[in-house]
Write a protein that binds this ligand. Structure first.
Ligand SMILES: Nc1ncnc2c1ncn2[C@@H]1O[C@H](COP(=O)(O)OP(=O)(O)OP(=O)(O)O)[C@@H](O)[C@H]1O
Ligand SMILES: [Mg+2]
Length: 754
């Protein structure tokens, strides 16, 4: 819009300056002295549709109509002056005298440019207001008889005029600042104009005036009057501008809040992309996660929670630490086998074959597993038993668990709970805890990938407990068939069904298993193997396993039973077969080395060869004292590694009744020693010993193998026997063993047998 308020039009126009410098016609200097201009009385008329050109203003005009183009041509061929008259109705195509206002502006054509589309672009400057007295020619272009309306130059100064001018300037500046385009340059230009008419024209040409208003102004010859009218228009405009600014401001505030965040986020994304940060495609991430969660088939409650968290995650900036926590949590949820069950192999013959394939003997355990299978076959919803294998090391507890899983066709997960002291290890940490993770149970389930694996809680007798909480209390819930269908891990914070899991615990001793845990388990004892059983295990399992593990063929090693028996007796001393397997393994390694360095098999291992390969025997049967001596008795002892014989030696010496005990004896055993002394005193006469021995003698009781701690009440009878033997100087039969508690008050001294 040519009438728009363009601050640049207040400043000297560059195009104008250009013309001025090149010496072409027109210029500010000349234009100011309009009354001296020789304006011809007849001028070609350029009718314009939507613009009023004020004096002194420079303005571009587009000329499209043919008649207008001819008028321009006429002007250019003569004085370059053109009369601009505004149409009363802009829609009229070929205006005649009645269609035009009669007051307009005489302009000077400063530049002309023919555009490629045939139109002409003019740059004109108003030089004088003028009145068309009459239209003297209508065709081929309009021509008018013109009378210039020179500006009244000498306006008497007055306080009122000063006030009007100041008001005009101030209002103009205010409008400009409301529109955010105020500048010192404009202020200077406004201040430099001291003629009210010119000030009025300058301001008017930059106001957004309606045609009728502009026309009214241009027709007002009195400059002061004109400025007054401009002031009126200005105050209206100021009001509009301030209202507009207000509306804009409040609209911007609204948009600001919503869009600021959006822009910042977009910017952040762009920055991340620039940095090669992969988080830019985190939208895909959450989408993947949503898919994975769907696939995991969470139970309804869990799914609700997961969806809630997913929504939170989506609303979060991707790299915040909280988002990472939620993402990890949702990944856990999606990776748990909520609905994945492996199919049980319910073929009992096949299962039995697999069990036999892995282990010799152990009929009780194998039967129990086959019973379980049979029940499962008849009642698929039967509860899984919680078995506990108790026995000395190396009897196959752990490997049996693995074999059971194989025979059932289930996944196997072993988790050692020995040394676990923290409840959170079993049940997980709450998510608020930094670096929180689910507990070992849930971790095993995820690793297994099914909801019904065999989980072995190995070494449950070595579970600890301290200030961090009691892990056995968490296990209580895990191992309770009534509760474990809603096992709640602190991290997951939602129930997970463990009722389909088959739990097997293992332990070396029963005493240290917390009582409530023990109550929930079905105990199966694996007592340790006899020499004969060990021989069979070696022949049928260990030999073939070790030869193939060490890269030998089964026929490479020829070894007969007597040699195997020697390995069992002289190189190992154990209830299980772990060391036996190790010794056979080391035998195989040595032969493998021979084979690898070129010696051809088969290798026959006889007794001589055995010594060469395994070295000197490690255990020789300790010959019990062939000759029985007074003060020595032999007891039987039990250790987790099996049975032992235990010598008790008592010697007496002159003294005052002191009792010395050596050989790392526990409190219970010390009390047993006291009881033995009391018994001997009580029964002195019957036993034919000196009833006052305790005041005359010191007694020293020693139990050899001093480094091994010993405890328990069952050595009581052996202690008493050795003591009485020493006091009465009667040897005990060397081939007699005994075990049992002693009770000094009873006539029949010992309970137990010997
Ligand atoms: N009856 C058996 N038949 C075949 N191999 C056996 C038998 N008993 C034990 N073994 C083998 O002995 C080795 C030791 O067994 P395993 O590790 O299961 O012992 P464990 O009872 O778990 O001992 P610990 O109490 O020390 O953990 C295994 O290689 C196992 O295969
Ligand atoms: Mg084990």
């Amino acid at each position: 819009m040519p009438n728009s308020f363009d601050p640049n039009s207040l400043l000297p126009d560059p195009a104008f300056l250009d013309l001025h410098a090149s010496g072409e016609q027109s210029g500010l200097g000349e234009a100011k002295e309009d009354q001296k201009l020789e304006v011809p009385s007849r001028l070609p008329v350029l009718p314009v549709r939507d613009v009023v050109i004020f004096n002194y203003t420079i303005m571009p005009l587009f000329v499209g109509r043919e008649a207008s183009a001819l008028a321009v041509e006429k002007a250019l061929s003569g004085s370059r002056y053109l009369m601009i008259l505004t149409q009363k109705d802009e829609r009229v195509e070929n205006p005649t005298a009645e269609d035009l206002y009669d007051v307009g502006t005489v302009v000077m054509i400063m530049r002309m440019l023919k555009l490629p589309d045939g139109r002409i672009k003019l740059l004109v400057q108003g030089v004088s207001r003028a009145k068309a007295l009459s239209i003297v020619q209508e065709k081929p272009y309009l021509e008018a008889e013109v009378e210039t309306l020179p500006e009244q130059e000498d306006v008497p100064t007055s306080v009122e005029l000063e006030a009007i001018m100041r008001l005009a300037r101030e209002q103009s500046e205010r409008i400009l600042s409301l529109r955010g385009i105020a500048s010192p340059d404009i202020t200077n230009v406004l201040a430099s104009i001291d003629h009210p008419g010119r000030l009025a024209d300058l301001i008017a040409s930059n106001l957004r005036l309606r045609l009728s208003e502009a026309q009214q102004l241009i027709a007002t010859t009195n400059p002061v009057e004109r400025l007054r009218k401009v002031n009126e228009l200005l105050s209206k405009e100021a009001e509009v501008a301030s209202m507009q600014a207000q509306i804009q401001e409040s609209a911007r505030e609204g948009i600001d809040k919503a869009q600021r965040e959006y822009f910042l986020r977009e910017q952040l994304k762009a920055i991340r992309k620039e940095l090669g940060d992969t988080a830019a495609d985190e939208d895909d991430d959450t989408e993947d996660l949503a898919q994975a969660l769907k696939k995991a088939k969470l139970p309804p409650d869990a799914e609700k929670e997961a969806r809630k968290q997913l929504r939170r995650l989506k609303a979060m900036p991707g790299e915040s630490s909280e988002a990472t926590v939620i993402r990890t949590y949702l990944e856990w949820l999606s990776e748990l086998p909520w609905e994945v069950l492996s199919k049980d192999r319910l073929n009992i013959t096949k299962a039995a074959a697999i069990l036999n394939e892995d282990h010799y003997g152990l009929e009780k355990v194998k039967d129990r597993i086959l019973e379980f299978l049979a029940i499962k076959k008849l009642n698929p919803n039967s509860k899984s038993p919680i078995l506990c294998f108790v026995g000395p090391p190396g009897v196959g507890k752990t490997s049996l668990g693995r074999s059971i899983a194989r025979s059932l066709g289930r996944k196997f997960q072993r988790m050692s709970v020995g040394g676990v002291r923290d409840e959170a290890e079993i049940r997980g940490h709450r998510r608020t805890y930094v670096g929180a993770m689910p507990g070992r149970i849930i971790q095993s389930i995820r690793q297994a990938g099914t909801r019904n694996p065999v989980i072995m809680l190995d070494e449950i007798d070595k579970i600890g407990s301290d200030y961090r909480g009691d892990p056995s209390s968490a296990l209580l819930e895990v191992l309770d068939p009534e509760q474990n269908n809603t096992f709640s891990d602190h991290y997951l914070n939602m129930p997970f069904d463990l009722s389909k899991v088959m739990f097997i615990c293992t332990a070396n001793v029963l005493e240290t298993i917390p009582r409530p845990l023990l109550d929930r388990m079905e105990l199966i004892r694996l007592p340790g193997y006899t020499q004969q059983e060990k021989l069979n295990i070696a022949k049928k399992y260990l030999l073939s396993r070790q030869t193939s593990e060490n890269g030998l063929k089964p026929h490479d090693l020829v070894i007969d039973d007597t040699v195997l028996n020697r390995i069992i007796g002289e190189y190992t001393r154990e209830a299980g077969v772990r060391n036996l397997e190790r010794e056979i393994g080391s035998l195989c390694r040595k032969l493998a080395r021979k084979k690898a360095s070129g010696t051809k098999g088969p290798f026959v291992v006889d007794e001589k060869e055995l010594h060469a390969l395994l070295g000197a025997p490690r255990f020789l049967d300790e010959d019990l004292e062939a000759e029985a001596a007074p003060g020595v008795a032999v007891g039987l002892a039990w250790t987790p590694a099996g049975g032992e014989v235990l010598q008790v030696e008592v010697s007496t010496m002159q003294g005052k009744g002191g009792i010395q005990l050596t050989g790392q004896l526990g409190d219970v055993m010390k009390e047993s020693a006291q009881a033995a002394v009391s018994y001997a005193r009580a029964q002195a006469r019957k036993l034919h010993i000196d009833p006052d021995f305790h005041s005359k003698l010191d007694i020293h009781i020693h139990v050899p193998a001093g480094a091994t701690p010993k405890d328990g009440p069952s050595a009581g009878v052996t202690l008493a026997t050795a003591l009485i033997s020493a006091l009465s100087e009667t040897p005990v039969a060397a081939n007699l063993c005994m075990t049992g508690e002693i009770n000094p008050a009873r006539k029949s001294a010992a309970r137990g047998w010997y």
